[in-house]
Design a protein around this ligand. Structure first.
Ligand code: HEC
Ligand code: HEC
Length: 329
């Protein structure tokens, strides 16, 4: 018996040592990465315009990275563009706290001291200046598809945001998520090219990836992972100061909006929000505010909204009726 216990004890100790060794190895380990490129990105009028379009109206970077006006669809507060904003914390079911950082060019609290290559790498490859993992709430796993020219244009535009001194709350992620997050960043292994904007289906797919449609409109499991075999079928519940809102089903099933809407109706639905003055948004009815970036997307071009429509019409129709506003009266 004694020998038996000794053996069991020995095995337990070995297992414990392996686990502890694994944990301390992981806590020291840096995520997969490559050195940031040393390139200085040239600012041209074309890049500036393209970057502004992508940041403000497609990838909605400022939607997360700014403070908001508390009204319909939470417009970005003027003067607060990029100063840092959204805080994901325990109240939202997040395992710790992480804030969308200050991405203005303030040297102390923003990106002022980052090189162009470091910013480019953070956006698409998910590591910060020190090579530490960014939490994938920052959608780099999708933004890695940004073509090189689009990604550079974004950096050029970010450099023009008015510097705002604003220190966001420090990041703290609970064990063991703080270890798992290190597996999220993946370096790119070569140039990335965006599809031709005239190739409606490919370009539409590209836009649904870099504009977050796929991320928000695909259901998530209880670990916040995408349920990849139900793309665009909706039902992801988002909680926040607005209460609860569930993403809509965007598949072209006859029960859903996309199953019925014509292309002109689809484009028109977005365009209708362009008449809202972001400085004076209407007050949303109780339980009816939304995180769908309607105001940002209202300025997307007809070509881009049309390509998104064309692409969504080709995704697998999935039956799933979603009540987006369960707390509405
Ligand atoms: C859904 C919200 C969201 C969107 C959309 C978003 N970000 Fe982020 N971003 C975050 C969060 C949260 C972090 C912090 C992650 C962390 O610290 O681990 C972050 C981090 C960053 C960082 C690293 C900053 C630092 O100090 O470490 C950069 C750069 C950045 N984002 C740029 C962008 C750009 C450019 C876009 C648009 C193309 C964008 N983000 C879109 C939420 C978002
Ligand atoms: C931050 C999350 C988020 C992102 C990103 C997002 N959506 Fe939404 N979307 C929602 C939510 C939540 C709703 C339901 C509430 C509402 O109608 O405003 C919604 C509703 C919609 C509706 C209305 C559908 C219906 O059944 O009436 C359409 C159309 C839509 N989204 C299209 C898109 C497209 C296209 C994109 C990308 C260009 C996109 N969404 C990106 C969250 C998001």
């Amino acid at each position: 018996m004694k020998t038996f216990l000794k053996i069991v004890g020995g095995v337990v100790l070995v297992v414990l040592a392996l686990v502890l060794g694994g944990v301390s190895y992981l806590s020291m380990r840096k995520p997969a990465q490559r050195p940031a490129s040393a390139e200085k990105i040239e600012s041209t009028p074309a890049r500036l315009a393209r970057g502004s379009y992508l940041v403000n109206h497609v990838s909605d970077c400022l939607g997360c990275h700014s403070d908001h006006i508390d009204g319909f669809a939470f417009p970005v507060k003027p003067g607060a563009e990029g100063q840092g904003g959204f805080v994901f914390d325990k109240k939202l079911g997040f395992p710790g706290v992480v804030a969308a950082q200050n991405i203005t060019s303030d040297p102390e609290t923003g990106l002022g001291k980052w090189t162009d290559g470091e910013i480019l790498r953070a956006i698409r490859e998910g590591v910060d200046r020190n090579g530490d993992a960014l939490f994938p709430m920052m959608p780099y796993t999708h933004l890695r598809n940004l073509g090189d020219e689009d990604a550079k244009s974004i950096v050029v535009y970010l450099r023009t945001l008015k510097p705002v001194r604003n220190q966001v709350v420090a990041k703290r992620i609970d064990f063991p998520v703080n270890l798992f997050v290190k597996f999220a960043p993946q370096p790119l292994d070569g140039p990335v090219s965006a599809p031709d904007p005239h190739d409606s289906l490919k370009y539409g797919k590209y836009l649904t990836t870099i504009a977050g449609c796929y991320e928000c409109h695909t259901p998530h499991d209880d670990k916040n992972g995408l349920i990849a075999d139900k793309p665009f079928s909706g039902g992801w519940e988002m909680r926040g100061p607005w209460g609860r809102v569930l993403t809509a089903n965007l598949t072209p099933h006859p029960d859903n909006y996309l199953g019925r809407a014509t292309k002109a109706e689809f484009i028109g639905r977005f365009r209708a929000f362009a008449s809202i003055d972001p400085l004076h948004p209407p007050v949303a009815a109780k339980g009816r505010n939304t995180v769908m970036p309607w105001l940002a997307f209202a300025q997307m071009t007809d070509n881009d909204l049309g390509a998104i429509y064309d692409y969504l019409k080709t995704v697998k129709p999935i039956a799933n009726r979603v009540n987006s506003f369960p707390d509405a009266r």
